[in-house]
Ligand binder design. Structure first.
Ligand SMILES: *Cc1c(COP(=O)(O)O)cnc(C)c1O
Length: 370
């Protein structure tokens, strides 16, 4: 039994799944029917609260979609681009490239501007592409590229998208709720995130904040039955139900997680905790002689990529396993151009947890490199 106790679980310094609070997990100890009045109220309140977290009003609506975050991104790409539409994708990491893979799989016309993983996307490039190609109807990009930890300037791109009268899709998966963002200024038509990133719920569904005036045009455009965003939101706004079995337990956990976000002090306070985690991390790792992959000016406080130490005795698998034995879970790198590992600053973690990790890294590196 004790093995099942969350008190013994290792803290997850990863991009997800993430460490959640005990009370978030406890909120799942119920079996609610999908037509139960209490459950429908929870769903309604979650949708309203998501708009509040974003600082958006009635001109937006919140959709919830079963599956991991990728399913929600794919629901937007696959449902909101018209049959003759064309999307410009700005990609500087694996998650930008994943949107390209979606467009390809769904046979949606697309153009890609690709950047090295240590470089920001360029708003000027987006403006030039929009000026050059009038067939473009949509622009899609990632806010916090979890591949590297780089945070892109979505507001700068959004301004051009608006000037050209196009629609703007933002994968805000690892930033929503964890980076203070003026979503009004960004002007995105579709903002996508998921339950188990900075809101600190458990995995099981994603959410989409959609501008109503854009969404209403999209009826019948979906290239998938189950991942039809318009139909999904129509159901949630109509009888309040999911079209197919809802992840009831994950929704109950998320409802609790939203309450805990409010109690913490909202996005501002949560972003401050994550920033403190980040600062504790890099202060510690720099003292250990580790180097970050990104220029600090491009680096967000969500996740950090570290270059492998320049020492032939370093072996990531051994490093990972020894940290794991000491009770800390880190993550392999994802950038293609350099050997890195990653450490996440998000989830129910505090600077003291990060300091403990840094101490364990010091002992482990001492063992390995001397
Ligand atoms: C986590 C993440 C996703 C979604 O990943 P899933 O594994 O499907 O939940 C998408 N984009 C970004 C930027 C992410 O960080």
């Amino acid at each position: 039994m004790s093995n099942l106790s969350s008190a013994n679980d290792k803290p997850l310094f990863t991009p997800g799944p993430l460490t959640t609070s005990r009370t978030v997990k406890q909120a799942m100890l119920r079996d609610l029917g999908s037509r139960d009045g209490e459950f429908l109220r929870v769903v309604r309140e979650i949708r309203a609260q998501l708009l509040q977290v974003a600082g958006l009003g009635d001109d937006y609506t919140a959709g919830l979609m079963q599956g991991s975050g990728t399913f929600s991104v794919e629901a937007v790409i696959g449902s909101t681009i018209p049959p003759q539409g064309k999307v410009l994708i700005l990609a500087n990491g694996a998650y930008g490239k994943r949107m390209v893979a979606m467009a390809r799989a769904l046979r949606i016309e697309h153009t890609v501007i690709e950047y090295p993983e240590h470089c920001s996307t360029s708003a000027q490039d987006a403006a030039n592409a929009l000026a050059r190609d009038p067939a473009l109807t949509h622009v899609a990009m990632v806010h916090s590229e979890t591949t590297s930890g780089l945070v892109n300037d979505i507001a700068a791109v959004g301004a051009h998208v608006k000037t050209f009268g196009k629609k703007f899709i933002v994968d805000a998966m690892s930033s929503f709720g964890g980076i203070e963002t003026d979503w009004r200024a960004v002007g995105a038509d579709y903002i996508v995130s998921s339950a188990n990133k900075c809101i600190e719920g458990v995995p099981g569904f994603g959410f989409i904040l959609a501008r109503r005036s854009a969404l209403v045009e999209t009826e019948g455009w979906a290239r998938s039955l189950a991942m039809d965003l318009f139909a999904q939101i129509k159901g949630l706004e109509g009888d309040g139900q999911f079209r197919f079995t809802p992840p009831t337990h994950a929704l109950l956990a998320f409802y609790q997680a939203l309450d805990e976000l409010t109690r913490e002090g909202g996005v501002r306070a949560r972003a401050a905790r994550y920033r403190a985690n980040y600062q504790t991390l890099v202060a510690g790792t720099r003292a250990l002689g580790l180097r970050e992959y990104l220029d600090p000016r491009l680096q967000g406080h969500i996740i950090v990529s570290f270059l492998y130490p320049d020492d032939p005795r370093f072996d990531f698998k051994t490093f990972y396993e020894r940290l794991n034995e000491r009770g800390y879970v880190i993550y392999p790198g994802k950038v293609g151009s350099a050997n890195c590992f990653r450490i996440g600053c998000i989830g129910r973690l505090f600077p003291a947890d990060v300091q403990n990790l840094v101490n364990a890294m010091r002992v482990t590196l001492d063992e390995m490199l001397t």
